[in-house]
Design a protein around this ligand. Sequence first.
Ligand SMILES: [Mg+2]
Length: 370
Amino acid sequence: MTSQISHTQKSIIQFEIGYTQFLDPMGKIVQNLPEFTRDSEHLKILYRFLVRTRVFDTKAIALQRTGKLGTYPSTLGQEAIGVGIGSAMQSNDVLCPYYREYGAQFWRGVKMSEILLYWGGDERGSDFSDPRVKEDFPLCVPIGSQTLHAVGVATALKLRKQARVTVTTVGDGGTSRGDFYEAVNLAGAWQLPIVFVINNNQWAISLPRAKQTHAETLAQKGIAGGIFSEQVDGNDIIAVRYAVEEAIKRARSGLGPSVIEALSYRMSDHTTADDARRYRDAAEIEKYKALDPIKRFYQYLVDQNIWDKTKEEALQESVTKEVADAVYEYEHTSPLEPTAMFDFLYAKLPDALHREREEAAQLQRITTRD
Ligand SMILES: [Mg+2]
């Protein structure tokens, strides 16, 4: 029954969510650019990593379609989020990613062949060989749990009084999970050195953003945890890099955590096991193609006389070779024994799994990649 008693209220506190963009979808500058954009060589490296990520992504899908890779989640259209994160982090920071931020992983030193090994079902895809990424976490497929792992890491960094920061990524759907809310709450309560980056690609498998939550932004979920929270144009590499770098600086200097919602769009199916044509209007994809992060940055670089067609051709050729070399390395990695699936989950294998491991030991080597 609705109360009929009239009453007055006063506003206790108000919040707002800012939005940052430097380049519009045509690659035109919309506000003063950050300092790092004065270094044209750095901009070329950013562009190279965007292209590397896309060429890798295209090849990975082709490998899955030809039976040479397991289920693979594409990052098509969201490359600026990963590359923006990777380029903003320092080497000794810790990345706890979900499963679409290959650009961040490549930047930090994860090999393309290792990502292929992971999706090929090989445990070595989670054991990065480059010493710079030895403390980064592997891909996390369970939705949202990586945000709690990241809070654990950030707690350890704080207890050890190390000037290091944890960056974790999560999808729009992941922000509806209890894990995310708990992670945000603890990060705020303990003022941890952590940055949450939400890859809002508008879809959680077949569930559109509008049905995911009634909240107007996903960033505002951080406000409840007392965390600085904002939105950026996730298809603008300059905006992502700038916002993540600023958030990392705050965290490193003891000013606490941040939540950054990067607005983008999943131009692919959810994974290669999905067919988005069953639930998504094709016209919607066409609309978002105009917001492509790589085309936008390409146009900006051309307008600044930093880039041209000749350089582009050379880059495409070089990156295509790099990806082909990674595929060769993946395809020529000898398979592990079947027992490997038991050997890296537990420090001490539970009794119940001992018999299964023994059975696996009897099997011949899996040779599906040969
Ligand atoms: Mg999503």
